[in-house]
Design a protein around this ligand. Structure first.
Ligand code: PGA
Length: 250
């Protein structure tokens, strides 16, 4: 089996101010690093430049929370993947459930955004996950598989794709699936990637779990065989908590 680096990604969402971004980033510099662990922060667009400058000399990576499918043009308020690359982003989240809900982003949109990230040389973290009612109706795997099929473009590789499994009902709620449920979905995601891209690619692609990950549950979740990291919202807003999760991955 391929040795996969663990990716601990902080999704700040629409949080922070200039001061808070500075304090939080400063706190992350305490990170000692860990063998095979990558740390990533995804601040809101206005703070990408300042946060990027603060972490430039560190091992911490910079990412954005979305990108537009096009490289340029009449798209007021949008940001192109090429611009993110210019700012030093090596990752971008695409298809987060909040984008799918707030902005009506479809699987086809997410696929186009993923292609845009790839054009710009950025790794796309494609987010998928079922709602509460889809889980209750036993549709978890069907939902995730449908999102994977629609959202991931043919050119995906283990280097330019990360998949984040985020059950919508677990985001920001303090509720998480059991470890067995997380492992079941992650194994299914890897099997789906294997059927489409081949076993070697599937084996090397990192699969993150997201949804109420925190220092107290991180160790168990990160130790699951098909969990290769976390996408962390709330707990990424406190540097001690975020670093405690990164330490749990070592
Ligand atoms: P949470 O958010 O950790 O606050 O649940 C995770 C996410 O939405 O990426």
């Amino acid at each position: 089996m391929a040795k996969r680096n663990t990716l601990i990604a902080g999704n700040w969402k629409m949080n922070a101010s200039g001061d808070m971004a500075e304090t939080l980033t400063d706190g992350l510099k305490a990170w000692q690093g860990g063998e095979g662990v990558e740390l990533l922060v995804c601040p809101p667009f206005p703070y990408l430049g300042p946060v990027g400058a603060m972490i430039a000399e560190s091992a911490i990576k910079l990412g954005a929370q979305t990108c537009h499918a096009r490289s340029s043009g009449a798209h007021t308020g949008d940001v192109a993947a090429e611009m993110l690359a210019d700012l030093g982003c090596s990752y971008v989240l695409v298809g987060h459930s909040e984008r799918r809900a707030d902005h009506g982003e479809s699987d086809a949109d997410v696929r186009a955004q993923t292609e845009a990230a790839h054009r710009a040389g950025i790794t796309a973290i494609v987010c998928v996950g079922e709602t509460d009612s889809q889980r209750d109706q036993g549709q978890t795997l069907d939902t995730v598989n449908r999102q994977l099929a629609g959202s991931i473009p043919d050119g995906a590789t283990a280097a330019n794709l990360v998949v984040a499994y985020e059950p919508v009902w677990a985001i920001g709620t303090g509720r998480t699936p059991t470890e067995a449920e997380v492992q079941e979905v992650h194994a299914a995601i890897r099997a789906t990637l294997s059927a489409r891209f081949g076993a070697a690619t599937a084996d090397a692609t990192r699969l993150l779990y997201g949804g109420s990950m925190k220092p107290s549950n991180a160790k168990g979740l990160l130790a699951l065989p098909d969990v290769d990291g976390g996408l962390i919202g709330g707990a990424s807003l406190k540097s001690e908590d975020f670093l405690a999760i990164a330490d749990a991955a070592v």
